[in-house]
Design a binder for this molecule. Sequence first.
Ligand SMILES: Nc1nc2c(c(=O)[nH]1)N[C@H]1C(S)=C(S)[C@@H](COP(=O)(O)O)O[C@H]1N2
Ligand SMILES: [Mo]
Length: 389
Amino acid sequence: MFAATAVLLLAGCGGNKKPQQVEEVAADSTLATYPQKGPMKLLTDRPPQLETPLEIFKQDITPNEYFFVRWHLSQVVTRIDADTFRLRIHGAVDKPLELSLNDLKTKFPADSTMALCICSGNSRSTFDPKIPGSQWGNGAMGNAVWKGVKLKYILEAAGIKKGAVDVAVNGLDAGAIPSIPDYVKSLSVPHALDGEVLVAYEMNGEEIPLLNGFPLKLVVPGWYASYWISSLADVNVLSEKFSGFWMDKAYRITTNPGMTEKPDSLSKETVPLTGIKLHSIFVTPDFRVVQKAGAACHLEGLAFNDGSGISKVEISVDGGKTWQLATMNAPLSKYAWRRWKHEWTPAAAGTYDLAVRATDMAGNTQPEQQWNRSGYARGFIEHIKVKVQ
Ligand SMILES: Nc1nc2c(c(=O)[nH]1)N[C@H]1C(S)=C(S)[C@@H](COP(=O)(O)O)O[C@H]1N2
Ligand SMILES: [Mo]
């Protein structure tokens, strides 16, 4: 079935020297192929929201072509000239800077980090009661190697003025009309200077796809992707606390323990959502495949949190009554996801309720229940139903 869906198409290929250009074509309404992208699940086309197919998560590193895409504002960037592009650093600094891509690559040391980029709303479609907003499955995340310059070095080159408190970060995208608040996020000065936040110009050894934030993406390891500003162009150092829609009104979470609240009594207090909540998912088996009694079924999946580490992953094949330890692969890096595996041989035919739960280094494990008004930070235990005959 075809719908009159607008899709961005890259004309010409993306070398750093050539401007990147996109135009419109028609496409399938559910699986879409966008410029520099393989077939992805299309959530919305304006702005583009594309979800990674689950089988891609069998790979430790998510290829750029399959990395999920999420923009908030309809005026996404469809053309960037890498030669004239400048990253601007201004505000409460001694020396405002305008850095070209070449400046970033030649005047600063390069660093790289492997880190999980995950949307706060990943898995939103699984919350009950249902929550409006992008109905993501588990595919609004990906693990990549990011290379670029530490934000700390850039800020030190500009010289942060004494008393500065926040750093506001902004990309090239904009709302369709001026009343739509620009997508701006902020980090505290100590966080921006922690040496882990990166201004990335490379993703998995290639330039960042236009839809994922070419030419620069802010990488904030351990924090939800809402801070990972795509097409980063403006860094504004502030001597007072940042105030703006995307920090004050959006991407906030209840202060209740476990990031959970009741639909009929929403918590009064909210704070900006920051670190990635402990969660784990199945990548195999595919719940649509019928398994055979007496034959080994390979269970595999991912566990992750804010980088503080996973101590164990457990599997249940009886709906959470009993649990067995899964085998974890060695950590890929501090901020990457952790892969786990488990062999299971179902003895008899029937429908099995499989569940997976991870435990962090402090001994906290995942709850069965969690809900919040925006469907952020899913951490409740994933169950899948598997048929055996
Ligand atoms: N400039 C800009 N950066 C942005 C956003 C945006 O709308 N504009 N969305 C954020 C959110 S909420 C997510 S989940 C990630 C998605 O990054 P991706 O498109 O590379 O997957 O970008 C973040 N950075
Ligand atoms: Mo997001």
